[in-house]
Unconditional design. Structure first.
Ligand SMILES: [Zn+2]
Length: 150
């Protein structure tokens, strides 16, 4: 994956990783409801969950880490969403109208101030750990330390 901001690369990657993990920690596809392995980025194998940015993350930098702009979906739904953007918008309008209405307003703006990726990465890491502690206590019993695969 290539980033446009050389100085932000390290912390941007860190922030992306924590954000993705935090979004995926919901544990199921928000589109088709299939449960998935949130600790595994799916890529080639099935059963994984991915972070789909409703507004493109490289264009709308200021929404790159905004919860509203991120949806946890499975590989199959992610591929469909990328290949059929209008279809995904229609699904959003019909099923997640609050997000759809946010998107319509948000996509009018493309300007962005400077982003402190290090601060964002640290905040997201803390949020992720807090989320895991309050939602996935059974992970300890399963001997899967949160964040292990970061
Ligand atoms: Zn799905």
């Amino acid at each position: 994956m290539r980033y446009r901001h050389p100085h932000g690369t390290y912390w941007m990657k860190k922030a992306d990783d924590w954000n993705s993990l935090l979004v995926r920690a919901i544990g199921y596809c928000e589109k088709c409801n299939t449960p998935g392995e949130f600790e595994q980025k799916s890529q080639a194998h099935t059963g994984g969950l991915e972070n789909h940015h409703i507004l493109e993350k490289s264009v709308y930098l200021m929404y790159r880490y905004l919860k509203t702009n991120c949806i946890c979906i499975c590989t199959k739904c992610h591929t469909e969403a990328e290949n059929d953007k209008n279809g995904f918008r229609k699904w959003l309008e019909e099923n997640r109208n609050d997000i759809f209405l946010w998107m319509i307003e948000a996509e009018k703006s493309k300007h962005c101030t400077q982003i402190n990726y290090q601060k964002i990465a640290e905040q997201l890491e803390a949020q992720y750990k807090e989320f895991i502690e309050s939602n996935w206590m059974d992970l300890e019993a399963m001997d899967v330390p949160p964040g292990r695969k970061i």
